[in-house]
Write a protein that binds this ligand. Structure first.
Ligand SMILES: [Zn+2]
Length: 382
């Protein structure tokens, strides 16, 4: 028996068969809105239930309830905006349907328009990201997408084309895989990075505690300087196929953009993993943080400050490092040695070594993983 989704029902708004053909024909006569890839990925996540209980893009009431109270109006906890933003006021009518298409003009979904409204972007940025600084990557993206929003329930007509389609799995598919393997408890591991030894430590923690481990890297937009998605997936494939016990790890991609919203994004990531059937979620130090915008442990504390606890259980993990005196990977909770014996493990260090043409040492990155890492472009200036 798997954990129920957030809000108890897995949203299913994917049109199929004759219904899909009928809607596709109807869509030709509808006003069309062209969406960027981030928004199209959200369309699919809404329709497949990854964002349950949301069924569409947020209206003003839902947006501000989420921003101010961390919950949907009259509903469960929800931490982040899910918006269909526009730079100009869109020419669609409330109460009617609109087609959602990609840049090539292909119609991928439908929107039942319930509201068209103007966003107070700076106020929203302050509430959700804790800053209105345009150099914050999450805030920059919010501003760039424009001050208008269209709200409404969506229907997906076609899977959204993207480069890593082969790695995408819907919540129903991942849940079916857990059921097939007989997993009742699953620890989910969110990542936007290639795996180093500290990540491995967390994977093993999950494998000790639960029936299975879901490694669920973000396939959507990341910031410049992060490893590219293909490299990340290849590096994880090495771990799953050559290191971890067969049958205990599910590796699937989550096609959604990083928002870099720190603690609120940690809650979002947890809820989404519950929708995929995970019972536990690992939250490390500075989860979904960027630069020094967030206290490294704010992403732990927020789970104790929510208006109600989530169904998924949160495994809070502190800083993980290599300790020469321990002779291996340890954490603040497991090592009592002098901090001078410890080597912090960070991808920033690994990327720097790679850029200098050096191999990261095996205490930082497993050699067979280091082999597949390609140097990403330099980190942008903060
Ligand atoms: Zn130690």
């Amino acid at each position: 028996m798997l954990i129920p989704p957030h809000g108890n029902t897995l949203v299913q708004r994917v049109a199929e068969g004759a219904e899909r053909e009928r809607l596709r024909a109807e869509a030709r006569a509808l006003p069309a809105l062209t969406a960027d890839l981030d928004t199209l990925l959200d369309l699919e996540n809404l329709a497949t239930g990854a964002f349950s209980p949301l069924e569409g893009f947020m209206d003003r009431e839902a947006l501000w309830a989420v921003a101010e109270t961390l919950r949907l109006p009259g509903g469960p906890v929800w931490p982040l905006p899910v918006l269909f933003q526009r730079r100009q006021r869109p020419r669609v009518a409330v109460g009617e349907a609109a087609a959602i298409r990609d840049a090539s003009g292909r119609v991928l979904g439908l929107l039942e328009v319930t509201e068209v409204y103007r966003l107070d972007l700076e106020r929203l940025a302050r509430r959700v990201w804790g800053t209105d600084a345009p150099r914050h990557p999450g805030v920059a993206l919010l501003y760039r997408k424009g001050p208008w929003a269209v709200a409404g329930r969506v229907t997906l007509l076609e899977p959204v084309p993207h480069a890593y389609r082969a790695w995408s799995r819907s919540p129903a598919e991942v849940r079916a895989e857990f059921a097939r393997r007989g997993f009742a408890t699953v620890v989910a591991f969110q990542t936007r990075n290639a795996p180093h030894r500290a990540h491995e430590y967390l994977h093993r923690l999950g494998l000790e505690l639960a029936d299975g481990l879901l490694i669920h890297p973000i396939l959507g937009r990341k910031k410049p300087g992060d490893f590219d998605t293909r490299t990340i997936l290849e590096a994880y494939r090495v771990l799953v196929e050559r290191v971890y016990p067969p049958g205990r790890v599910v590796l699937a991609g989550l096609a959604t953009a990083m928002r870099y919203a720190g603690p609120r994004e940690a809650v979002f990531h947890a809820i989404v993993r519950q929708n995929f059937g995970a019972t536990h979620f690992i939250v490390g130090r500075d989860h979904a943080g960027v630069g020094d915008y967030y206290d490294p442990f704010a992403a732990h504390r927020i789970f104790d400050e929510l208006p109600e606890p989530l169904g998924i259980r949160i495994l809070k993990v502190g800083a993980v490092f290599h300790c020469a005196a321990c002779g291996g990977i340890a954490s603040e909770r497991t090592c009592g040695h002098d901090p001078r014996a410890r080597t912090p493990i960070s991808m920033t260090t690994v990327r720097r070594l790679l850029r200098e043409g050096r191999r990261p040492p095996p205490e930082l990155v497993r050699p067979e993983v280091a082999e597949v890492l390609r140097v990403p472009p330099p980190d942008p200036r903060p």
